[in-house]
Design a protein around this ligand. Structure first.
Ligand code: G6P
Length: 608
């Protein structure tokens, strides 16, 4: 969601801002803008559409001279995507400019109040309220005005603010929306995420909730909401800028799919020691593991789908009851916490607003939360009681692939660890599972090598209207993720159904030629799913089957088969999802869709 970049230094600001914003495009946006102080006043340029529109409008930033500026990519919440609603927003005198990521929940009463004081609004946004409110409190001291505003507004915000009366400063403010600052010998930077500044510096500071930063050309000062100065330690980013580049691949998504063998290895191997699973970050003794009575897994999107898989895996291996919840539901459903309830929040970005709220809700009720998180130093990583990182590296494509694969591994490890400690997994089974886990990276590689066959098949379905994904048990969880991959990037309507449920309504949608992707990796359920395939085929469906090598019987009911290598049934998701990711990807490529930045979607959903 909205991306923020700001720069103050010895170089021209606009090109630095444009470059930084291009690294945040993955967050999802529908308009972009910049504000630069040109020596006399703050100049703003903004436009609906892609960043390249803004680049053209400003000739790569050349028409906006100045060394202090802020920029923004907007994902519309309040008010349609339009030039007026794009950020930055001015106060009336155009002496203050603001960019904002988040939602100001009490913007309506504030707007009323400001209207009654004579302020006029030119946009429908909640952000414009901030520009006028800062103006209202500004009596010459920007820090004082900003902190007063922070006391008045409710909601979430990461802000970049400049004042024409203080052109030697930029202000960065944060509450519940991500923001970092960084510094090098040529100036200081603010950004929503590390990739935006990585070209310039590796030394960054994570701003905490309710903190304000005053950036000058050569130094930064940090303050609390009560204007007290605080000291902060920088973090050195050790991943390479190349990790956030396409590296010769046509799309980030393709590159990230190809990184999955490494992602799986990196998440797995550091936790296998002397043929045992050691998860130090879990911070749980064997007694505590034995005391678990129930696990809530809470997440959104694909992370939720990883959670659905984990329910089958943890219940199957460790025999602990698991409830999986969408974070947006969990936070308001008043869940029943009992003694021995463990909460696991899964999130790639570590910034998803609903997942973060679910975490806080659980902690408020006195329950510890384990975060399974990819982005180091993100909000969920910092606020969770314990963090198990998925070592997937930066993921740029909006549609997740490698982080999802890493989440599965973390969850398998958890299930096996719990199963072993609780005496539900004997030594032989444990060691055979370990062997299967270690084989996964090589097996994923083999599946990726088969991409051309899937591409040819996908090309036949670029005109599809509806696609159904069916499966039972873990195969149902795989279907959910396969369906999401297809719909989010190709805009083809698709649904995942528990295969046995299809005949209770949805089968009426099957027409001659409708594509049904049937996932049948679970031997115990194979015959059942086969029957469901026969049922849809009899009604005209074209059936694509994903099953284990050797299950040739499936060819009776399928029109096209993709075979995956054999593994422990609990780990089948890690393999079966690969052809489904490739299928979604190639359908979207075939349709000419913007694969890495699908319409209306955001990588990091920082608003509710
Ligand atoms: C967005 C992304 C999805 C992701 C979901 C949850 O919708 O587009 O790919 O699965 O958010 O994000 P998280 O960062 O919490 O895993």
């Amino acid at each position: 969601m909205c991306g923020i970049v700001g720069y103050i230094g010895s170089h021209q600001a606009a090109p630095v801002i444009l470059e930084g914003l291009s690294k945040l495009e993955y967050r999802g946006y529908d308009s972009a803008g910049m504000a630069v102080f040109n020596g006399e006043k703050i100049q703003i340029q903004k436009s609906v559409g892609r960043l390249k529109v803004l680049e053209e409008l400003t000739h790569g930033g050349a028409t906006m001279p100045g060394t202090v500026g802020i920029g923004h990519t907007r994902w519309a919440t309040h008010g349609a995507p339009s030039d007026e609603n794009a950020h930055p927003h001015y106060n009336q005198e155009e002496t203050i400019a603001v960019v904002h990521n988040g939602i100001i929940e009490n913007y309506l009463p504030l707007r009323e109040k400001l209207l009654s004081k004579g302020y006029q609004f030119v946009s429908d946004t909640d952000t414009e309220v901030l520009a006028h409110l800062i103006d209202y409190y500004y009596k010459g001291n920007p820090l004082e005005a900003i902190t007063k505003v922070m006391h008045r507004v409710q909601g979430s915000y990461a802000l970049g603010i400049i004042f024409s009366e203080h052109p030697d400063q930029i202000f960065a403010v944060r509450k519940d929306s991500p923001l970092i600052v960084g510094q090098n010998e040529n100036g200081c930077f603010i950004a929503s995420d590390v990739p935006a500044v990585l070209k310039y510096t590796r030394k960054v500071y994570f701003i905490e909730n309710q903190e304000v930063v005053r950036l000058r050309v050569d130094h930064m000062h940090f303050y609390t909401v009560d204007e007290e100065e605080i000291q902060k330690e920088p973090v050195t980013i050790d991943w390479d800028a190349d990790a956030a580049e396409k590296g010769g691949y046509e799309h980030f998504m393709l590159k990230e799919m190809y990184e999955q063998p490494k992602t799986v290895t990196d998440t797995l191997l550091p936790r296998i020691k002397d043929n045992d699973i050691v998860i130090e970050e879990l911070g749980m003794s064997d007694e505590e593991i034995n005391a678990i009575r129930k696990i809530f897994i809470v997440a959104c999107g694909s992370a939720y789908h990883a959670g659905v898989t984990a329910k089958y895996v943890i219940e199957g291996i460790a025999r602990i009851p698991v409830e999986v919840d969408l974070a947006s539901e969990f936070r308001y459903r008043n869940p029943i916490f009992e003694e021995g309830t463990m909460v696991v929040v899964i999130s790639q970005s570590g910034e998803t607003a609903d997942s973060l709220a679910a975490l806080r809700e659980s902690q408020k009720l006195g329950h510890k939360v384990l975060g399974i998180v990819n982005v180091v130093g993100s909000s969920i990583a910092r606020e969770a009681d314990n963090v198990m990182y998925t070592w997937a590296g930066p993921e740029i494509a909006v549609a997740t692939t490698k982080a999802y694969s890493a989440q599965l591994i973390a969850l398998y490890l958890l299930a096996m660890k719990f199963g072993k400690v609780r005496g539900k997994l004997d030594a032989d089974a444990f060691h055979s599972m370990l062997k299967d886990l270690k084989r996964l990276p090589g097996q994923i590689e083999r599946l990726l090598a088969n991409k051309q066959r899937i591409q040819r098949f996908a090309n036949r379905y670029i005109g599809a209207k509806d696609v159904f994904f069916i499966g039972r048990g873990i195969d149902y969880a795989i279907s959910m993720e396969g369906s999401l991959k297809l719909k989010e990037i190709s805009y083809i309507h698709s649904e995942a159904y528990a295969a046995g449920e299809l005949k209770h309504g949805t089968i009426s949608l099957i027409e001659e030629g409708t594509l049904v992707a049937a996932v049948a990796t679970q031997d115990a359920l194979f015959q059942k799913t086969l029957s469901n395939m026969v049922e849809v085929k009899a009604r005209g469906a074209f059936v694509l089957a994903v099953t284990n090598e050797g299950n040739t019987e499936i060819e009776k009911a399928a029109d096209y088969c993709i075979y995956i290598p054999r593994t422990n049934p609990y780990f089948a998701n890690s393999l079966a999802i690969i052809p489904l990711q490739l299928f979604g990807y190639y359908v979207a490529v075939g349709k000419g869709c913007d694969v890495d930045k699908p319409r209306n979607l955001a990588k990091s959903v920082t608003v509710e």
